[in-house]
Design a protein around this ligand. Structure first.
Ligand code: AMP
Length: 213
C-alpha cells in the first residue's frame, strides 16, 4: 500500500515518514530530499534548483516528475512508497494518479498532518538534520538530544531554506497552491486527518493505528 503524507512545511512529514520506514519497511520518497541531492551534486540543474528552493519557490513539475518516476518504476519499492512533499499542487496530484495507474499501483492511505502557522515557525526555525543518519531534531525542544547525538552534534545542520524569510514564501505557496490539494483528497475514502501539533509519539501512534486498518 502506498501512502501520502500531506501537510504544510514543518508539519512533521519527514519525521513521521522516518518512523514508518523503520517500523513498516517502507521507502520514503521525499521530493525535497531528492531535490537537495541534486543541489549537492552541484550540476547546473542543481544550481537552478538551489535558487528556487532558497526563494521558497517550487521546482518545475518536469524536474520533480522525472525524479519521482525513477522511484516509482523501481520494483523494489512497489506498493511500499511514502510520498513526503508530493503532490504539492493539483497538477502533481493528477500526475501521481496517472503515473501510479500506469504501473498498476494506487494510493492506499492519505494522511494529513494539520498544524497551524505559529507552531510551524518554531519547528522550522529550530530544525537541524543529521548529515549522517538523517535524524531531525529541534534547537528549542531537543537541547539535550542535540548534545548527546550519537553521530556527533557537528553533523547536525540547518537547511538553507529554514529561515523566517523563506518560510513566509513557502507558507504562502502552501496556502495558494498546495492546500487546494486537500479538497482533491478530503473526499477520498482513504483520507485521514491528524492533529499535527500533538507530540511526535502521539502522532506516530495515530499513524500506526491508521496503517493497521
Ligand atoms: P521539503 O523538504 O518537502 O520541505 O521541500 C523543500 C523545497 O523543495 C520546497 O520548498 C520546494 O522548493 C522544493 N520541493 C519539494 N517538493 C516539491 C514538489 N513536489 N514540487 C515542487 N517543488 C518541490
Amino acid at each position: 500500500m502506498n501512502i501520502i503524507l500531506f501537510g504544510p512545511p514543518g508539519a512533521g512529514k519527514g519525521t513521521q515518514a522516518n518512523f514508518i520506514v523503520k517500523k513498516h519497511n517502507y521507502f520514503q520518497l521525499s521530493t525535497g530530499d531528492l531535490l537537495r541531492n541534486e543541489v549537492k551534486l552541484k550540476t547546473s540543474l542543481g544550481k537552478e534548483i538551489e535558487e528556487l528552493i532558497s526563494n521558497g519557490k517550487f521546482a518545475s513539475d518536469q524536474i520533480v516528475n522525472t525524479l519521482l518516476r525513477k522511484s516509482i518504476v523501481n520494483l523494489k519499492f512497489r506498493d511500499r512508497i511514502i510520498f513526503d512533499g508530493y503532490p504539492r499542487s493539483i497538477v502533481q496530484a493528477k500526475n501521481l494518479d496517472k503515473v501510479l495507474d500506469g504501473f498498476n499501483q494506487n494510493i492506499g492511505k492519505i494522511i494529513f498532518l494539520n498544524v497551524d502557522r505559529q507552531i510551524i515557525e518554531k519547528r522550522i526555525i529550530g530544525r537541524v538534520t543529521c548529515e549522517i543518519c538523517n535524524m531531525t531534531l529541534n534547537e528549542f525542544f531537543n537541547k539535550s538530544e542535540i548534545e548527546l547525538h550519537p553521530c556527533g552534534k557537528e553533523f547536525l545542520v540547518k537547511r538553507k531554506d529554514d529561515n523566517l524569510q523563506t518560510l513566509i514564501a513557502r507558507y504562502d505557496t502552501y496556502i495558494t497552491t498546495t492546500k487546494p490539494v486537500l479538497d482533491f483528497y478530503s473526499k477520498n475514502k482513504n483520507f485521514n486527518e491528524i492533529d499535527g501539533s500533538s507530540s511526535i509519539e502521539e502522532i506516530t501512534s495515530k499513524i500506526n493505528d491508521i496503517l493497521k486498518v
